[in-house]
Design a binder for this molecule. Structure first.
Ligand code: UDP
Length: 237
């Protein structure tokens, strides 16, 4: 199956890819590498929205498992995504790419609030818009935030850059017979609980007919390859 024709994409990066080879936090050298990939995609003429997770710093579920109130922990997770967004903004601007960060949790001193029409204008002017803090509510994830922003910004595809090169029938680290799908339907992903994005994010993409392209962002040049239809990925549609 060929890649969706895209003029505007939303790129979702898991927080963990910002760690590079570290166990925690942000590796500025690796973030710079990611920023080069984003610049290359932008220079090819695409309009780009970015959503970055926070799992490299804090996940609400982990806090809750350790005895914290879930909502409180989730707000901490949202703040982690803002830190990642600022790190990516810094890396992109060092490459001369104009960016704006819009956060779903208002933080006037560091970024704009999410205003769809303003984000639209930024994209028209060639800026990369980084959406932070997910949907702005606990009990959600940045996958849902990515699906929501992809829908409201009318993106042609949601690209999920992660540590694996697609969607597998089982965990490839545990099951040697696990197979990678080239394409798979939203309904199969939901029915079989395949590890792509959380169910609410997949359902939102399905209902708004936004293809999800799952690929590995860890290999250099992979975003460009995937966009050119020359990469390894799974397309959920
Ligand atoms: N989070 C939230 N609401 C949102 C987005 C994120 O509560 O709309 C919190 C949640 O605790 C989550 C954390 O922020 O675990 C970090 O986001 P996520 O787990 O999606 O990051 P990723 O796995 O992509 O690195």
């Amino acid at each position: 199956m060929t890649m969706p024709q895209a003029k505007r994409i939303l790129l979702k990066l898991s927080g963990e890819v910002l760690m590079g080879d570290q166990q925690f936090g942000i590796d500025p050298a690796f973030v710079a590498e990611l920023a080069r990939e984003v610049k290359r995609a932008k220079d090819s003429g695409l309009e780009i929205c970015l959503v970055i997770g926070g799992g490299n710093i804090f996940r609400g579920m982990a806090g809750a498992a350790a005895g914290m109130d879930r909502a409180q922990a989730d707000y901490m997770g949202m703040l982690a995504t803002v830190m990642n967004a600022l790190a990516m903004q810094n890396a992109l601007e060092q490459l001369g790419v104009h960016t704006r960060v819009q956060s779903a949790v208002q933080m006037d001193q560091v970024c704009e609030p999410v205003i769809r029409r303003r984000a639209e204008r930024h994209l028209e002017k060639g800026r990369v818009v980084i959406f932070a803090a997910g949907v702005g509510s606990p009990y959600f994830t940045t996958d849902s935030g990515a699906a929501l922003r992809a829908a409201e910004m009318k993106c042609d595809a949601l690209l999920k850059g992660t540590s694996v090169d697609g969607v597998y029938s089982a965990d490839p680290k545990k099951d040697p017979d696990a197979k990678r799908f080239d394409t798979v339907s939203y309904d199969t992903v939901l029915a079989e609980n395949l590890k792509v994005m959380d169910a609410s994010a997949v359902a939102l993409c399905r209902d708004n007919e936004i293809p999800i392209v799952v690929f590995s962002i860890r290999e250099k040049g992979n975003l460009a390859r995937v966009l050119a239809g020359e990469g390894v990925q799974t397309i959920v549609r």
